[in-house]
Design a protein around this ligand. Structure first.
Ligand code: HQG
Length: 191
């Protein structure tokens, strides 16, 4: 058994190592962002041993399914969110007509001027679960949800990718494809 707090702690260490700083523990990500589980466990040991069981539990029960293991259980990677150069190898996919992006109200002026930009990450992240998008936006301030006209963007030639945990990725969302979603609009009108 591993407590929820311990799971979060290990998940944060994994995010740091597998998305941002593999070099901090002497690792280098292989193709697709994969590393062997053995190498990872060995590399993590210097900052406090993580057992294979704990690692498997964290991968399986992670709230956003951030990590995945290869079918043979020998390799592990973060599904998205990297800042290090890595080609995740996702195939272009056809998005639903509309996708959602959670952000903070204070970013809206800039977003409606420049569109959604990827910042330090490799892609702009979008999803379909409104409640999740509210919590994603809430990490940055007062949450608002934007609707992305993904079908129209795709028809206009923008590439989309989808990860194994339902996160949709694209390079940049020009402002003309963005609107405040209905509940964020009524929220704004009520003020
Ligand atoms: C905003 C989490 C001003 C953007 C989540 C966001 C997600 C702009 C912030 C994943 C802008 C970047 C990604 C512009 C975009 N002007 N602000 N032109 N364009 N922004 O954390 O989307 O917990 O890099 O709206 O679940 O919040 O890491 O991206 O508010 O899937 O697994 O700039 O991270 O997953 O913030 O989150 P982030 P995000 P994890």
């Amino acid at each position: 058994m591993i407590s929820r707090g311990e799971q979060v702690r290990v998940s944060k260490r994994l995010s740091y190592v597998l998305r941002h700083r593999p070099d901090s523990v002497g690792l280098e990500l292989g193709e697709g962002g994969w590393v062997t589980v053995d190498a990872l466990l060995h590399a993590l040991a210097s900052g406090g041993v993580v057992s294979r069981d704990v690692l498997e539990t964290v991968v399986r029960e992670n709230d956003k399914q951030r990590f995945e293991m290869s079918a043979d259980g020998l390799q592990i990677r973060a599904r998205q969110g990297h800042s290090v150069a890595v080609d995740l190898g996702y195939e272009p996919a056809t998005p639903p007509e509309s996708l959602l992006h959670g952000t903070a109200e204070r970013f809206l002026d800039s977003i409606f001027a420049k569109g959604l930009v990827k910042g330090k990450r490799h892609h702009v992240h979008m999803g379909t679960d409104r409640a999740l998008m509210v919590s994603v936006g809430g990490r940055h301030g007062k949450p608002v949800v934007l609707e992305v006209a993904a079908g129209r963007m795709h028809a206009d030639g923008h590439a989309f990718f989808v990860t194994g945990n339902g996160v949709w990725l694209t390079e940049h969302v020009p402002a003309k494809y963005l609107t405040l979603d209905a509940s964020s609009r009524s929220q704004a009108a009520a003020r």
